[in-house]
Design a protein around this ligand. Structure first.
Ligand code: ZN
Length: 197
């Protein structure tokens, strides 16, 4: 795990341009009542993970992340070991993720992706008892938290990093699928040479 020098002030300066209307500091993000039906927390090779309790068709909603909206300073004041749990939804806004979202592990070959900032959809048919994994990089643009990856996928990148630091072909594929957080898409459009900083 490594850190870099990005400060909350630098990130905060980007907020006004791209804040989703609902990502208001302190607000609790709710979801449809059935948000966690169809998934279960079970043991997996890396501890615990979220698994499909029923089959999902490609394109089907699998679950919604819920929790209170917090900022960068709050996330990283907890220490780096816990900093990977919140879901980044804007330059200085995170969902302080609750059950069951807390157990969604990363894969460099994900079977779900983010839509509407906090909804996971199936990228292909998912079978019962299959682990539900997303690509954490599709919601990361903060120049702070990284993690070594042991997902075991054939295309494993070896390290979980900010979206703009991914190989260009991987960025293009994730963008084509529409599973990159909107604030990242907007920021890359506004600053196309972001990864060269
Ligand atoms: Zn990996």
């Amino acid at each position: 795990m490594q850190t870099s020098t990005k400060t909350s002030d630098e990130i905060g300066s980007l907020v006004d341009a791209c804040a989703p209307q609902w990502a208001i500091l302190g607000r609790h993000i709710e979801t449809p009542a059935s948000y966690h039906e169809g998934v279960a927390v079970l043991a997996c090779k890396l501890g615990r993970g979220l698994f499909a309790a029923r089959p999902f068709a490609a394109g089907e909603s699998v679950m919604w992340f819920t929790g209170k909206i917090i900022d960068f300073a709050t996330v990283f004041a907890r220490g780096m070991a816990a900093a990977g749990n919140p879901l980044q939804v804007d330059a200085d806004r995170y969902i302080d993720v609750e059950l069951h979202g807390l157990y969604v592990n990363h894969s460099c070959e994900p079977n779900v992706g983010l839509r509407d900032s906090h909804r996971l959809v199936a990228l292909r048919p998912i079978a019962v008892n299959e682990e539900i994994c997303m690509d954490y990089s599709t919601e990361m643009l903060e120049r702070c938290w990284t993690m070594a990856c042991r997902c075991g996928a054939a295309q494993c990148r070896g390290k979980i990093v900010d979206f703009d630091l991914l190989p260009a072909a991987v960025q293009a594929e994730r963008l084509r699928l529409g599973i990159v957080q909107p604030f990242i898409v907007r920021q890359l459009a506004a600053q196309p040479n972001l990864s060269e900083r």
